[in-house]
Design a protein. Sequence first.
Length: 105
Amino acid sequence: MAAKIKKGDRVVVLTGKDKGRTGSVSKVMPKEERVVVGGLNLVQRHTRPTQGDPQGGIKSKEAPIHISNVAVVDSKGKPTRVGFRMDGDKKVRFAKTTGEVIANG
């Protein structure tokens, strides 16, 4: 099945502690059905000192979010579902709310 959400897409979080916040997808994990959104779903990671990071300490990092808990943002800034259609001989993604084609990446 084709990917409805791709790296670089602007998405809004639908549920959880970051509900309503928007960000850009930085990584997609299709086998796990998860995405990493930049600046959202931050978790604290306790790291011990290493040669690469002699300080160690508590670091913040982005955790993956299930793909069903995010939605692509359309041109009006509203969450939308994604559909597929043929434009000539190319298969393109489009926003169900506005019908506009979603730019890839």
